[in-house]
Design a protein around this ligand. Structure first.
Ligand SMILES: C[S@@+](CC[C@H](N)C(=O)[O-])C[C@H]1O[C@@H](n2cnc3c(N)ncnc32)[C@H](O)[C@@H]1O
Length: 272
């Protein structure tokens, strides 16, 4: 298998691409969120159920998190800031959002200026080198983003470092259930996402344990990812047929176990 090697600079350029951003906004979410949905009824979900399913997933994570008005939350790879602002509005907590892309951070800052009473701030930073003191957050939250990070172990260690003891790290991420990836899936799924296979759901949990976390909850969400890609393929079909076809291939890769989606809720129990 040819291993592709993507760099942080490649990811930064991808998310700084304003034209790509506008394309995705036109069918994924006009507010610029780029994550996946949790469906109430997988068998019957239609295209119009996609955005409500994304919000349902935000709500599920919030319910599990234990975030309250006195929490201090770091959102890693916050994109254009929707979840950070939503979390701060829902709970009254303080949220700090970081993202590698200045395009995404500019959008997050513009959005936050509409909510002056909400305790939220945004910074262009990498998850692999967080400019925050040890133990300075009660929660670290991330959605649909860690798979983009080539130095993922370092980013996970940084999440642990900035969390206080007893703090909660909750995130969803892509995983690779099988060992062998076909060339087609590599080209249309992994290379498109700048994603190199790193963990299965099991090895991910083992890594988190090595880093001083106890995994309190682990959920395989792959069938919801498969439905999400089926629906975004439909939503993109008219104006972006190539993207729509790539999303269809992504849906197929999930069905063959070449791609998966997992949620982890972890408590930090020890320092590295
Ligand atoms: C698919 S988007 C998801 C954004 C947001 N979490 C959401 O759910 O809408 C992935 C985000 O990860 C960010 N990202 C990728 N690598 C990063 C890194 N090393 N540090 C911080 N952010 C990163 C990208 O810039 C992009 O905004």
């Amino acid at each position: 298998m040819n291993q592709s090697v993507f760099t942080e600079a490649d990811t930064e350029a991808l998310f700084d691409d304003r034209q790509r951003d506008e394309h995705f906004r036109s069918f994924w979410d006009p507010e610029g969120s780029l994550h996946w949905g949790y469906f109430e009824n997988l068998a019957q979900a239609q295209a119009e159920d996609f955005l409500p399913a994304c919000l349902r997933w935000d709500q599920y994570m919030l319910e599990q998190s234990g975030i309250t008005a006195s929490s201090r939350v770091l959102e890693v790879a916050c994109g254009s800031g929707n979840a950070s602002i939503w979390l701060a509005k829902q709970t009254g907590c303080e949220v700090v959002g970081i993202d590698l892309s200045s395009n995404q951070i500019d959008k997050a800052l513009a959005k936050a200026s509409n909510y002056p009473s909400v305790q939220v701030s945004f910074h262009k930073e990498s998850a692999t080198n967080l400019p925050f003191p040890n133990a300075s957050f009660t929660h670290v939250w991330s959605q649909a983003a860690l798979y983009h990070i080539p130095a993922l172990d370092q980013a996970l260690a940084e999440a642990g470092r900035v969390l206080e003891k007893g703090g909660i790290f909750l995130f969803d991420d892509l995983v690779t259930p099988v060992e062998k990836i076909s060339e087609t899936v590599r080209k249309y799924v992994y290379d498109r996402l700048l994603f190199e296979p790193k963990f299965s759901s099991k090895t991910y949990a083992e890594k988190l344990t090595q880093l001083g976390f106890v995994v309190l909850q682990q959920i395989d969400l792959s069938e919801h990812l498969e439905k999400s890609y089926e629906l975004v393929s439909e939503l993109a079909r008219e104006y972006y047929p190539d993207l729509s076809a790539a999303f269809k291939k992504t849906q197929e890769a999930i069905a063959t176990g070449e791609l998966g989606w997992c949620f982890y809720l972890c408590e930090k129990v020890s320092d590295l």
